[in-house]
Ligand binder design. Structure first.
Ligand SMILES: [Zn+2]
Length: 332
């Protein structure tokens, strides 16, 4: 289950460690030791469990990963553990609810992990963590109105308006992957509804969108089962794939236009493995198709190499109390 590890920097003496950050993703999970300057001192990565609904499978996996990141056990100098979790979540009760891309339901992460590890545990959904990472260490520093959009296995968002992070009732505000973007291809999203952005443009759903697009337009379907194969064909100049990417870009622009009119951001930060690897193919045509109703914001790629959610988890590990929905804005 736990395979692959990446040591970023030599381990400092345990007494100087401050927090542990965990980024629980649909495909991979990472755990890191961070110091109070946000420097990553050790990073462990493993495949997220893909089978079995027992909450103990997930919490056992996470506690094992946290212990490995700490060199075997959680040292006494750790002040907290921060979780960035692929939602939806209930941050006030500390529960992972019903994520469309994970097999687990209603997992009381905070109670189980803090009880087992003896350290305070705090959590936010992964897009809010990514936003906090960008606001603290990335391109969003100093900005007051920001939308963070991640296009990865799924699609999600986190929004800062007037210097305050929108949390919503349970901590799931700006679940923009479930914006309705299309009625032509009628694809079903992982949440069970049709026409949602994530059901078209996420890494998990792109191959299905391409198959449906080929069927709809009478084009030969050559069976790519990974999003990256589609982008590779585009780079090789396949005309049909380039036309497909044109339609994909219009769908991406539909969703981003909705983000702009909903939140009026001055900056949109894009993150997530799909767009980080293919920003040259995805970003320019999407920008060209965005509605010009409100002032178009700056649109930038993250500069944190995929670490924004992990770094954001480190920030909340150091003191953010999720029982107070508005504490986050004051903490920033
Ligand atoms: Zn959906």
């Amino acid at each position: 289950m736990c395979r692959g590890s990446l040591i970023v920097l030599p381990i400092k003496p345990p007494g100087m460690m401050r927090v542990v950050a965990v980024d629980l993703g649909a495909t991979n999970t990472r755990a890191s030791l961070l110091d109070d300057g946000g420097r990553v001192w050790k990073k462990i990565e493993a495949k997220t469990p893909a089978g079995g609904a027992d909450p103990a499978i997930l919490t056992g996996f996470l506690s094992g990963l946290i212990r490995r990141a700490c060199g075997g056990s959680v040292p006494s100098g750790i002040s907290g553990i921060g979780l960035s979790v692929a939602g939806p979540v209930d941050i006030r009760r500390g529960i992972l609810l019903n994520p469309p891309n994970l097999p687990f339901r209603d997992v009381p992460l905070i109670t189980m992990l803090s009880g087992e590890l003896g350290v305070p545990v705090r959590m936010v959904n992964d897009c809010h963590a990514g936003l906090i990472g960008e606001l603290t260490y990335g391109v969003a520093r100093g900005r007051k109105n920001v939308a963070y959009i991640t296009i990865s296995t799924g699609i999600g968002g986190g929004v800062l308006t007037d210097g305050r992070i929108l949390l919503g009732r349970d901590g799931n505000a700006a679940e923009i992957g479930h914006f309705h973007v299309d009625d032509t291809y009628n694809l079903t999203c992982g949440c069970g509804h049709s026409g949602h952005w994530e059901g078209y443009a996420s890494g998990k759903h792109l191959p299905w969108f391409f198959a449906q697009w080929c069927h709809y337009h009478g084009k030969p379907h050559w069976g790519p089962d990974k999003a990256e194969d589609i982008f590779l064909s585009a780079r090789e100049g396949d005309d049909d794939v380039m036309r497909f990417l044109g339609d994909l870009s219009r769908i991406n622009a539909r969703a981003v236009s909705d983000v702009i009119v909903a939140y009026d951001p001055e900056l949109i930060v894009f993150d997530g493995s799909v767009i980080r690897s293919n920003a040259d193919l995805l970003l320019p045509p999407m920008k060209d198709s965005v509605d010009h109703y409100l002032m178009v914001p700056d649109m930038l790629m993250t500069g944190l190499q995929g670490d924004a959610p992990l770094l954001g988890a480190g920030v909340i590990a150091g003191g953010y109390d999720t029982r107070f929905g508005d504490f986050m804005s004051r903490a920033l």
